[in-house]
Ligand binder design. Structure first.
Ligand SMILES: [Zn+2]
Ligand SMILES: [Zn+2]
Length: 854
């Protein structure tokens, strides 16, 4: 059967399916970076779709402990993982998720920007190497990382990406990335799920920078409903960039002047590149420093310099301008550069005299930076400058309290700390002022703070609440802990543009419009079905419905019932010459084979309903009281063979194929005349009375001749039916009733009217009806309904009244009865008989009839 439609207009999405409930809650759960910095992993669930932003590790932990709370999510349900940038706290657990959870069992796709994807590969190789050195707690192998890396999809900034429908939901999801500053390739995501917009900032910076484009509030047509925002610096403020840079270069210069070595622990990628550019520039302006080497010890950074060179077009105007003048600011091997990259650890590092060494990791937890710290710590001429944000629990954070000793990583010996420790934040995260300004410009209804320590976060929340208290548009601020779900409610309001013919007239309040509501991607249009192709590009197609039914009844009985139900039936033949009846100009009934009907229609809401009723009617034909009356004469009493004149007339030429519709003898020429409806009326009336009284038969004066007295125990109904079968033969007589006979009957009727209310006369009339009557029996009583007048005669007053009221009821509720003429004519009786005669109860009997005819 055709797809059923719905109470309201169906919403057709781009995938052709119907969208779900518009009132679901959105659920945002942090599996990491909830009231902490590290292992960012944000799960957004809405309308059957699940999007995960970032999948990092916690830098203060190692092994499994560093992972986000991955077990809180069924990863096979994830539609997409979006990675904001390559930092380990945003990307390093991705391989684990892709290779060691059930993510692979679903259809989820991982996206990151092209530069992020390029850097991620090197960074993760390094991560595998560093994190597995001397430990059994290895999360994954390099092979696993590379295998999953291949399936990551890269994108360009501001490229809009539409997610494919999932197995369980076709809710439209798209996302767009915008430059977030911070590091090369870092972006924030505007994610739109079923029209609700979420901005996930990731780490971001709005500050001018030597090589990156700062984050800006995009010029979107509709602001986000939800903003999930980093809060690393809480309510702290950064110093102005130029002052900060001057402070930094002065500090470096001072350490060198006192004969010391400068240790700059950095992350290989990100701020390191910015600091290299600052130092390179400062050195070029200070010839007295030219003999002081700047080492950059990072094989990873050196590998990634190619990526930086490759993506210069995504960087700041400053870098692009230099590049256009033939200067590659990331070509540190060039003659003009003061930077000396070292990719083989510190074995080649000449630190006999003053020098500057940039080395990773930034947290001083292990590796080259830690090694140099332990080596240089006892010499007070040396200096350590922390340039980035450090999470709690790492050496870079501990040493800022200037302890007198530090612990050696190997062996745990105490090392005297005499080197100077300074902190100048080059962190590419927004400070309070920048963050508040950005939030103010976005002004979402819901703000979820993440990627911040609990204290920083709650201070930021209070500060923002105070700042926005005066505003009329309310902002809800949430600071969820890990695994704590924030539920957000949205109103299901949607705008639909009316197009085409529906838009010709301006609707007035409370007027009703009907049409198709089409949801294509993220817009709704409302239009007339005929405009679908022109305005949406969707093509319409016609669905032909076809049902084949096996029926044990003849074509004519089907026709008879269809007319009774639907009135006028169009008849003809289809293209293949199959006899066809068309109901309500919508549904074709075809004689498909012996006792087989094909019902065909063009699928639509109304046509489907008509077809359903036709099918129900056809399937019910066998059990219909009227059919029984018309077809069954009871075994032994079927007596057409006893009356040679009862043989059916040859089927007319335009009837169903003779072999398929034996003994069909209705006269198709009359098929479309108004009169043709009339037999249906009489039969419907008989069926109606039958349903009330159980024993109803049509009796004509001539039937009475051979019958026993009806006043005495009446003949069984079967016999009466048999009589009708017998008499049906009269129908083939071209002149069934002579005008003289009609006149006689009219006279007789007039005479009867004169002899009213005389019981004897009534009995006589019942005994010998002179006009066709419908005889109703109830227990021992009899009532006759005169076919022509519908007047009722009975010797039993209560039965008479009952029959009269049932007839009134029939006239009132059975449409074909009440429509047109109320009464029947004698022709109707003939038609009814004709209809009856043409019914063939069972094939065997039919054949018997034919044998007799031969
Ligand atoms: Zn970051
Ligand atoms: Zn981060």
């Amino acid at each position: 059967m055709s797809k059923r439609n719905f109470a309201g207009a169906p919403v057709i999405s781009s995938a052709g399916l119907v969208e779900g409930n518009l009132e679901d809650d959105m659920e945002v759960t942090m599996l990491g970076a909830g009231q902490e910095v590290g292992r960012s992993c944000c799960v957004i669930k809405y309308k059957g779709r699940t999007i995960v932003c970032d999948s990092g590790v916690h830098p203060a932990f190692s092994g499994m402990a560093a992972l986000p709370f991955l077990d809180e999510l069924d990863w096979s349900t994830v539609d997409a993982i979006l990675i904001t940038h390559f930092h380990l706290d945003h990307a390093a657990s991705l391989t684990y998720v892709m290779e060691k959870t059930n993510f692979k069992e679903g259809n989820g796709v991982v996206y990151m920007s092209h530069p992020t994807k390029a850097v991620y590969r090197y960074l993760m190789s390094d991560f595998v190497r560093v994190s597995t050195a001397g430990t059994d707690d290895k999360l994954f192998s390099e092979e696993e990382m590379l295998a999953s890396w291949n399936s990551i999809i890269g994108f360009d900034f501001e490229q809009e990406i539409l997610l494919p429908p999932s197995a369980t939901s076709n809710t439209a999801v798209r996302f767009t990335s915008f430059a977030a500053g911070h590091v090369l390739g870092a972006c924030m995501f505007l994610i739109e799920i079923a029209g609700t917009r979420v901005l996930y900032t990731g780490d971001y910076s709005t500050e001018e920078d030597r090589h990156l484009v700062p984050a800006k509030v995009p010029a979107w047509e509709k602001k986000p409903d939800v903003m999930i925002c980093e809060s690393t610096y809480g309510v702290q403020s950064h110093e102005p960039r130029l002052e900060k840079e001057a402070q930094f270069t002065t500090l470096v210069h001072n350490i060198i002047r006192r004969g010391g070595r400068v240790l700059l622990p950095v992350f290989a990628l990100g701020r390191a590149q910015e600091i290299l550019l600052i130092l390179d520039e400062y050195w070029s302006e200070h010839p007295e420093l030219h003999h002081i080497p700047i080492f950059f010890v990072s094989s990873l950074a050196i590998k990634c310099m190619d990526v930086y060179r490759q993506y210069i077009h995504t960087m700041s105007p400053n870098v692009r301008d230099k590049f256009s003048r033939g200067i590659n600011p990331f070509d540190f091997k060039g003659k003009n550069s003061f930077i000396r990259p070292l990719d083989r650890g510190i074995s080649k590092l000449n630190d006999k005299g003053p020098c500057v060494v940039m080395a990773s990791p930034g947290f001083l937890t292990n590796g080259v930076s830690r090694e140099l710290l332990e080596k240089w710590a006892p010499d007070p001429r040396n200096g350590l400058i922390i340039t980035g944000y450090s999470v709690e629990g790492v050496m870079a954070r501990t040493i800022m309290n200037e302890p007198t000793e530090i612990q050696a990583l190997q062996g745990g010996a105490k090392i005297l700390r005499r080197l100077s420790v300074d902190y100048i934040s080059f962190s590419a995260h927004v400070d309070y002022t920048q963050n508040a300004k950005f939030i103010d410009e976005v002004m979402p209804a819901h703000l979820i703070l993440v990627h911040g320590e609990a204290n920083n976060m709650s201070r930021l929340r209070s500060a923002l609440k105070t700042k926005f208290a005066e505003r009329k548009d309310d902002i809800q601020i949430y600071t969820p802990r890990n695994v704590e779900t924030v539920k957000l409610k949205f109103r299901g309001e949607r705008m639909a543009k009316a197009l085409g013919s529906l838009a010709l007239t301006t609707p007035t309040p409370s007027s009703h419009l009907s049409g198709l509501l089409v949801s294509k991607d993220f817009t709704y249009t409302f239009l007339a079905p005929s405009d679908l192709r022109d305005f949406t590009g969707l093509s319409t197609s016609i669905i032909m419905q076809r049902q084949r039914l096996t029926v044990g009844v003849s074509w004519d009985l089907v026709r008879w019932h269809l007319r009774g139900m639907y009135g006028k039936i169009e008849e003809g033949r289809d293209a293949e010459g199959t006899p066809t009846m068309r109901v309500m100009q919508a549904v074709d009934i075809k004689a498909a084979g012996k006792f087989e009907l094909a019902i065909e229609w063009v699928g639509s809401v109304t046509n489907d309903m008509v077809a359903d009723s036709v099918i129900a009617l056809v399937l019910g034909v066998d059990g219909s009281p009227a059919s029984v009356k018309k077809t069954s004469s009871g075994p032994g009493s079927h007596c057409s063979h006893r009356h040679p004149h009862a043989e059916p007339s040859p089927p007319p030429a335009d009837l169903p194929k003779a072999d398929e519709a034996e003994a069909t003898t209705s006269t198709p020429k009359e098929a479309e005349t108004e009169l043709d409806l009339l037999p249906s009326r009489l039969d419907r009336l008989i069926a109606f009375l039958d349903s009330y009284f159980g024993q109803v038969e049509l009796i004509r004066p001539e039937d009475i001749v051979a019958s026993p007295s009806p006043a005495a125990p009446s003949p069984p109904p079967a016999a009466a039916a048999a009589d009708m079968e017998v008499d049906a033969g009269a129908e083939i007589d071209p002149n069934p009733l002579e005008p003289a006979e009609k006149a006689e009957q009219e006279l007789a009727e007039a005479a009867e009217e004169e002899q009213t209310k005389e019981r004897l006369e009534k009995e006589e009339r019942i005994r010998k009806p002179r006009v066709p009557v419908i005889r109703v029996r109830l227990d021992d009583y009899v009532a006759d309904v005169v076919v022509e007048s519908l007047s009722v005669t009975s010797t039993h007053e209560p039965l008479q009244r009952r029959v009269e009221s049932v007839i009134q009821l029939a006239l009132a509720i059975v449409t074909p009865l009440s429509g047109g003429e109320t009464n029947f004519t004698l022709d109707d009786v003939e038609k009814a008989k004709r209809a009856k005669r043409t019914e063939e109860p069972i094939p065997e009997e039919k054949e018997e009839v034919e044998e007799k005819a031969e």
